[in-house]
Design a protein around this ligand. Structure first.
Ligand SMILES: C[S@@+](CC[C@H](N)C(=O)[O-])C[C@H]1O[C@@H](n2cnc3c(N)ncnc32)[C@H](O)[C@@H]1O
Ligand SMILES: [Zn+2]
Length: 294
């Protein structure tokens, strides 16, 4: 089965025209005469002039192994992220064609067994791990999606938008590839009292690049409002988020005794805070569910 049979939504990154498959697995655009080659078994839909993204790709290629072997391996971290991905999955329809935009190592695929999902990421090291869970993977740039218009029913962006130099381009692209009435769920780092100082410190470390930023609710809604109807905003992540969710960055919980009793207590405290007006807005994360108006 060639790549266009598996991912019929693929289009030229530049002119968005449909592509022809060559016998060697590469794809050709007759509109702009560009050929897209395979790289490590993935179709490489990145265009020339990716210098702007070189630092991001280097950072993500180097942290992919940390995600795979630490962040999503520790059982308590895994349970935290499973809870988080369930929050995303339960807010959208369960049938249709899904895009996991910035799919990383493919955690979401594991929790969406019934869906037909395509994963896109700019880091081939991330995709190498994602391949364990999904065959429909594309090396691509979220600011320039290599898909035809109106082809997906659902787009997930889990911790992607805060990485991008030009988030508005990515949101416009999501709107373009989503059908009208299609659903999008974004989760990103919220700009709050809790997250501001750690972001400043973290950006100097090797997990992050200068582009990484926290987004306020106002910034998120401003990005979305031109093309989307915002259905729901949820704040989450207070104490459990840093302690349980990121052992590759904050490894404190590993050394805490009585983990099995403390873990549900942390989840309970987070749940309570997320219901307290005003206080709840000072979270680590913000989830936005939106519907495409086109
Ligand atoms: C914080 S990670 C989240 C990965 C995954 N969604 C998860 O939840 O585990 C951000 C991901 O976005 C990807 N990314 C960053 N900039 C991108 C871009 N311009 N286009 C596509 N993916 C990008 C990174 O390679 C990385 O895998
Ligand atoms: Zn083209």
């Amino acid at each position: 089965m060639n790549i266009l049979e598996r991912i019929p939504e693929l289009a030229c990154t530049i002119c968005k025209k449909p592509l022809d498959a060559n016998a060697d697995g590469s794809l050709h655009c007759s509109g702009c005469n560009k050929t897209y080659q395979t790289q490590n078994g993935f179709i490489n839909m990145l265009t020339d002039g990716m210098q702007r993204f070189a630092e991001e790709i280097a950072v993500q290629d180097s942290v992919a192994v940390e995600y795979e072997q630490k962040r999503y391996q520790k059982p308590y971290a895994r349970r935290y992220h499973n809870w988080w991905t369930e929050q995303m999955a339960k807010r959208v329809k369960s049938e249709g064609r899904f895009l996991d935009n910035g799919c990383g190592t493919g955690l979401l695929f594991e929790n969406l067994h019934n869906s037909k999902i395509v994963g896109l990421d700019i880091s081939s090291e991330m995709l190498k791990y994602a391949r364990q869970h999904c065959n429909e993977l594309v090396l691509g740039n979220s600011q320039q999606l290599p898909f035809v218009n109106d082809c997906f029913d659902v787009v997930f962006c889990r911790s992607l938008i805060h990485h991008l130099p030009k988030p508005q381009l990515a949101i416009d692209e999501i709107s373009r590839v989503l059908k009208v009435g299609g659903e999008a769920v974004f989760v990103d780092t919220n700009c709050s009292l809790l997250s501001a100082l750690p972001r400043m410190i973290a950006n100097k470390g090797e997990h992050f690049s200068e582009d990484h930023k926290n987004l306020t609710r106002k910034e998120m809604t401003k990005l979305l409002e031109p093309n989307f109807k915002i259905d729901e905003i949820m704040y989450f992540g207070y104490i459990a988020y840093p302690l349980l969710g990121f052992p590759d960055i904050v490894n404190i919980f590993e050394h805490i005794p009585f983990k099995s009793a403390i873990e549900p207590t942390l989840m309970f405290i987070d749940n309570v805070i997320s219901r307290i007006p005003l206080l709840r807005t000072q979270s680590w994360a913000i989830l936005v569910k939106a519907t495409n108006r086109g």
